[in-house]
Design a protein around this ligand. Sequence first.
Ligand SMILES: *Cc1c(COP(=O)(O)O)cnc(C)c1O
Length: 422
Amino acid sequence: MSYFLQQLKAYAGLDDTDVALIEKVMHDIEPQWAHITDMTQANQIKVLEAFQKNQVADFHLNGSTGYGYGDTGRDVLEGVWAELFKAEKALVRSNLVSGTHAIATVLFGILRAGDEAVSISGMPYDTLQTVIGKSDDARGTLREFGVSHKSVPLVDNDFDEEAIRKAVTPKTKMVLIQRSRGYEWRDSLSIEKIARACDIVKSISEDIIVFVDNCYGEFVEEREPLEVGADIIAGSLIKNPGGAMAPRGGYIAGRADLVDASGERLTAPGISEDVSSALDFNRPAFQGLFMAPLIVEQALKGAVFSAAYLAAKGYTVSPTADAPRTDIIQCIAFGDPDKLRKFCQGIQAASALESYVTPYDDQLPGYDDPVIMAGGTFIQGSSIELSIDGPMREPYIGYMQGGLSISHIITSVCLAAKRMEA
Ligand SMILES: *Cc1c(COP(=O)(O)O)cnc(C)c1O
């Protein structure tokens, strides 16, 4: 038995049967891990080249204060980002407070009264439904500003061309695509599928703006959405591209005119993206971007291990261990509220921080069912760090993602599984 497995056995209270299963699973997933390693190494070179082309230097790691005029660190960071994601322009800002804020900034920056937006990957992520506006009396929403929205569901985990052609007309200003599964039991959308969707939309009208919510997808595949026809993307820095080092922030990247319009909304018309001091943000944002392929590799390998290990124990998982990965989320259907609860409590118990806390499911604003959340992360709410949450409803699905090191993910999942079954 390896030294790691000896330690793990003692730490997680495993028996010989558990250890034998872990050994088997680790052997079985070698081909998937090899593919992930390859992707990481290729993406690492892309990141390196983007740094070098933009001549990143030590003094760029410092930030400015006040208005932030002439914050060259901020400007060079955005240059690196644009290079890497094949954008004409990018905003990478700590005052984009989250992914939702970054996405909302694009929506409000570009859409005007009378415009129509169509989501072609089903209803968007929960927090964005609130931004779009669920009811007439909700304030500050797109709906209140006179922007209409409709959504076209996916069929068999893919875009529904016929329904898209019916819903999207030349009158449509923007089409929204969500790359990741979010908190739904569906496959995330591969870059190949997104490419096809962009072609369909552009064949209806070249003028329709394709906006991709890129959350959880960065560095998982060879290409990013702007390379296959999307016009603008946005995401969160406390997910994949922050490399677990960016302490906050979001990004917007794509066509210059669209990024400019978003910048006007982010600050104020006229001052746009020329203001906003980076303070202490530049160093961790640069370093996190450099580390991001490695951290995504850990998260992906951990997700594959978890899929294989929990499937071997009889649970339904999505994606399966051998399925191609297009985001970092791993869903596990526990089929039993107590199992979901105990598994989440096990993940918390194996965290570096707040391991002594026991999470319970509770009612949260905006959710229909009680939700349980676990993850003792260094950055509050970070989901590139190991975290899991799940709504308390059939079939009791845990949505797990992230992890800073593969050893920690394996340790946590084995401990959580053991406690769940105890
Ligand atoms: C996380 C996420 C968001 C929102 O990001 P926050 O940083 O939590 O506001 C939007 N869309 C998808 C698909 C996400 O996964």
